[in-house]
Design a protein around this ligand. Structure first.
Ligand code: DON
Length: 562
């Protein structure tokens, strides 16, 4: 009784602080990592589809034209906001471990992780969730037939798309693996090498697989001919997928993580993403500080110390909530954050080793995954972050399907304290178990006050969480999406114990000052992330969309109502 009254009080007070939005933006906006995917979303919106229809069209188009980042053989989280009901839900289309997976499946006889098996080829692949999520979103929340929503993607697969700089750059990391499988290489490296800019990539098998999905819905991918080719193709090359694994895959609707920071409500990804909890923790830790009164070094130091502590808790506590008990109340509590805050000194960095977990390793860097932000003219919102994990996933396409498999299994902790491709460590909570979803950093997020709404997210592996944090803080500072997507980024993830910064994030004096506080500052040679944002400012009656300038192939559009 007491508990339900408390829930009621919280809901009533949320309604007072965050009034339901009576007005509509009257304009739609789409921002994604590829112009052709943004155009697919625009096409569906102009035909009268809602944000959820458009999200399916954008996701499927990205799966075709950005195979380095996401795909029908991958997964993702789609955070939906339904304007009419003032309700939000996270569609969890995360991959699952096949039934034959075991906690030591990537360990050799000495107990060392075999990084090749964990990342390359079909043994590295989880059972895909993306196609199930598209069908689910279309059927439950969309208004147009699935076939209409997949039509732009099918067209792009049949007619082809042109190789851009991002495709080229990311394929450079994976081409040596892809060359192990002739049929995969033929699709993505038609001349046997990393293709020239402008080379057309045509995917007839993928078009057929998309058609099967359009025609038969969920079962078009997870049962029947496509499923048979996927399972047998994976098994022929050392994978362990079975028809039952595919037939058993289901998306899960989850309550997003919600938190409140300085009058703004954050609605963000819940486990099996670690992102929402970590972002909420970091905001709770820094809440009493007046960020505006700190200089850049003090602000970076404070944020880095909050990041360090949230990533340590990520490693210890987070995993698939259907398999592990996550201490939500503790991690999300402002009291817990207050306790953590007492361990932060403004004049000195704490060594991560003092927070005890396990050894630091080098991070193999990789920028991949994709994010889109979308709003329709009624104010329905979708923040979607989708992935195949490393560039081009497992670098293996199941013969005859055009489906490039993910290598998401590497997001599990292959051994306790053993870093994955992003240098992230984990323990029991994120150990491999059959049917379990691997912990993710993907953090599709919506932030709103009664005046402004932001839809924000980015790829970037372990860095996703801190990039979204910096973007959210910039939005709360009063800036629009152009600013969030382009601002220089820095990051701390507990281990390795360093601030990792983009080249233009700090000047030499600032680096020296951070070092004097005890931080190691590591400057990245490559840009971090690929953020896409949209914003609705009710007070100024504006809608804005922006894509990350780091990769010019992105597309952002604001669509006026006819
Ligand atoms: O789910 C995750 O956290 C990772 N698979 C995301 C990978 C990613 O963002 C790659 N890009 N840098």
């Amino acid at each position: 009784m007491i508990k339900s009254m408390r829930v009621l009080v919280v809901i009533v007070s949320m309604l007072l602080v965050f009034p339901t939005w009576g007005e509509r933006p009257g304009r739609a906006a789409v921002s994604s990592a590829h112009e052709a995917a943004t155009a697919a979303g625009e096409e569906i919106l102009r035909r009268g589809g809602n944000a959820f229809d458009a999200a399916v069209a954008v996701s499927a188009a990205l799966a075709v034209v950005e195979p380095e980042s996401s795909g029908i053989g991958g997964g993702g989280f789609w955070l939906l906001h339904l304007a009419e009901d003032n309700a939000s839900v996270m569609v969890d289309g995360r991959e699952t471990a096949p039934a034959a997976a075991t906690s030591d499946m990537y360990l050799d006889e000495e107990g060392n992780v075999n990084r090749d098996l964990a990342t390359n080829g079909p043994l590295a692949a989880g059972i895909p969730g993306a196609p199930a999520a598209w069908v689910h979103i279309a059927e439950k929340y969309g208004t147009l037939p699935l076939g209409d929503l997949l039509a732009p993607a099918i067209r792009l697969a049949e007619e082809g798309f042109e190789v851009d700089a991002k495709y080229q750059t990311l394929l450079n990391f994976r081409s040596h693996v892809m060359l192990r499988w002739a049929e995969t290489a033929e699709i993505f490296m038609p001349d046997g090498d990393v293709p020239e800019l402008g080379t057309r990539i045509v995917q007839p098998d993928l078009a057929r697989t998309l058609r099967a999905l359009a025609e038969h819905g969920h079962d078009g991918f997870y049962r029947g001919e496509v499923a048979e080719k996927l399972a047998s193709g994976a098994r022929a090359e050392g994978g362990i997928w079975t028809l039952d694994d595919l037939a058993g895959y289901q998306v899960i609707e989850r309550e997003p993580i919600r938190t409140e920071y300085q009058g703004y409500e954050l609605i963000t990804a819940s486990p099996p993403s670690s992102g929402g909890i970590a972002i909420a923790q970091m905001l709770n830790i820094i809440e009493p500080f007046e960020l505006g009164e700190l200089d850049r070094v003090e602000r970076t130091h404070l944020l880095s110390e909050a990041m360090r502590r949230a990533y340590r808790d990520r490693a210890l506590y987070l995993g698939d909530p259907d398999f592990v008990d996550i201490p939500y109340d503790m991690l999300l509590s402002k009291h817990y954050a207050a306790g953590v805050r007492t361990t932060i000194r403004l004049d000195r960095a704490l060594e991560s080793a003092a927070l005890a977990a396990d050894p630091a390793r080098n991070v193999v860097e990789s920028d991949n995954t994709t994010h889109f932000s979308l709003m329709d003219s009624d104010g329905n919102l979708v923040s979607g972050t989708l992935t195949v994990n490393l560039p081009f996933g497992a670098a293996f396409a199941a013969p005859g399907t055009g489906v490039l498999l993910n290598n998401e299994m590497d997001d599990f902790a292959a051994a306790p304290g053993e870093p994955n491709a992003f240098g992230l460590i984990g323990f029991e909570a994120n150990a491999i178990e059959p049917g379990k979803r691997m912990l993710s950093s993907m953090s599709p997020t919506i932030v709103r006050s009664d005046e402004r709404t932001a839809v924000i997210g980015t790829p970037g592996g372990s860095r996703i969480i801190t990039m979204v944090l910096l973007g959210v803080l910039d939005f709360i500072d009063g800036n629009g999406p152009e600013s969030w997507v382009s601002m220089p980024r820095f990051h701390h993830q507990y281990l390795p114990d360093e601030i990792s910064a983009e080249r233009d994030a700090f000047n030499e004096d600032e680096i020296a000052a951070l070092e004097a506080l005890g931080h190691e500052v590591s400057i990245r040679t490559r840009p971090a992330g690929n953020m896409h944002g949209v914003m609705w400012d009710r007070a100024r009656d504006t809608v804005e969309a922006a894509h990350d300038p780091r990769w010019p192939s992105g597309g952002a559009v604001v669509i006026e109502e006819d």
